[in-house]
Design a protein around this ligand. Structure first.
Ligand code: NAD
Length: 361
């Protein structure tokens, strides 16, 4: 029996370098973003996402694996190309915020397809906000009306400032019209954004916020079919960046607007389950964003068209974000090494490695 008692703390030899996996903690991510500058990070992330969207057919794709409960959802988002495999673990719990928890938290892994070994473990709560904003702004760059400067933002929670900064970094947005049912959320957003040279109008309703806006971002969190935007609020030529409707039974846009708009999506197989278009017939025409980026499909057709990016967040965006962070880590960005992979001297002698702890392996 004694043979089976191993003292893990006493494990003697250090695992080889291959078995040590870079880990980017929340503090590391904060340092990385602050050192590089958030505008630079958003632009770089958008470039990585655009590069991966342009080679869309190279990826294994599947709608994310979602585990729903009355309070929220926990999801795994996997994808792979010929070299790397990535996945994100992410939750969405709108009621969390009232209890002092965040609505969305995440972490993710990038791994080598050749060996199956993890290459990177990273926090992805901050990274999700950054990559969601970079993706929205990338879509906005291709779809928003020419010369757009004014964006209405309905929902001023965790994603809000990231969205504003990404739209400024990638498009010409510099004026914001903010509305949230909770005035404290708007206070927070104004506090954070006022120092960053945005012209900001605090609005008393969604109707007021969308007045004169060429782009409308909806980023509310409510686990129901909400109607944040009704048909009469949306005039010709507007681009709608709808990010809060991302789960079955959780939408923001009235179906009449969807029927008037040209709709752009990430991965239709997932968006038809989770996005605003779950409210439409299963064969309602949509355009895949990656095809707009490659030029295979048209973006905005004219100045009067209403365009709508029905964002739900797709695994390739997380893959791009992890690829970006991995490149930064290789260039020396903050991280620690984790002893994550067992590393027996003889690959078949995993049991023998256990015994290293006793000095007998
Ligand atoms: P959050 O809980 O921090 O903020 C949501 C805000 O919406 C809150 O301030 C709340 O008061 C406000 N709100 C709720 N109902 C409203 C209404 N009717 N009108 C105006 N404001 C309203 O959440 P968050 O992290 O900012 O996320 C926002 C939404 O975006 C969530 O639904 C989340 O699931 C979604 N999301 C989508 C993606 C994506 O890739 N598409 C990524 C991240 C988050």
């Amino acid at each position: 029996m004694n043979d089976m008692k191993f003292d893990i703390d006493a494990a003697a030899p250090k695992p080889s370098a291959l078995a040590m996996v870079p880990f980017v903690s929340v503090a590391d991510m904060m340092r990385q973003v602050n050192q590089a500058g958030i505008d630079r990070v958003l632009r770089d992330l958008a470039a990585y996402i655009e590069a991966d969207f342009r080679r869309w057919p190279e990826f294994d794709k599947t709608p994310r694996v979602a585990s729903h409960s009355p309070e929220g959802v926990i999801e795994l988002m996997p994808t792979a190309d010929a070299e790397a495999y990535g996945f994100k673990y992410v939750n969405g719990h709108p009621k969390n915020m009232r209890e002092g928890f965040q609505t969305v938290t995440a972490f993710g892994v990038l791994a080598s397809v050749a060996t199956g070994y993890p290459l990177l473990l990273s926090e992805m709560t901050l990274l999700t906000a950054l990559r969601t904003a970079a993706t929205s702004a990338l879509a906005g760059k291709y779809l928003a009306p020419e010369g757009a400067e004014v964006m209405a933002m309905i929902g001023n929670g965790a994603q809000c400032e990231f969205q504003a900064l990404a739209f400024r970094a990638l498009t010409g947005i510099n004026r914001l019209r903010l509305y949230d049912i909770d005035t404290e959320a708007t206070d927070k957003a104004i506090r954070n954004l006022a120092a960053l040279d945005f012209q900001i109008a605090r609005c008393a309703s969604t109707e007021e916020a969308v007045e004169g806006a060429q782009v409308i971002t909806t980023c509310t969190a409510d686990k129901r079919n909400a109607t944040i935007l009704t048909d009469n609020m949306v005039g010709a030529g507007v681009h709608i960046n709808a990010i809060g409707g991302d789960c079955p039974g959780k939408t923001e846009i009235h179906p009449d607007i969807l029927r008037r708009a040209a709709i752009f999506v990430e991965y239709p197989e997932q968006t038809r389950i989770e996005g605003e278009i779950q409210q439409l017939d299963a064969d309602h025409p949509v355009t895949e964003l990656w095809q707009v980026l490659t030029g295979a499909a048209a973006g905005r057709s004219d100045a009067r068209q209403i365009t709508l990016f029905d964002s739900v967040g797709f695994a390739i965006e997380d893959f791009s974000a992890l690829r970006y962070v991995h490149d930064r880590v290789r260039a020396g960005a903050p991280h620690v090494l984790l002893d994550m992979i067992a590393d027996p001297d003889d690959p078949r002698d995993l049991f023998g490695m256990l015994r290293r702890a006793e000095g007998t392996g």
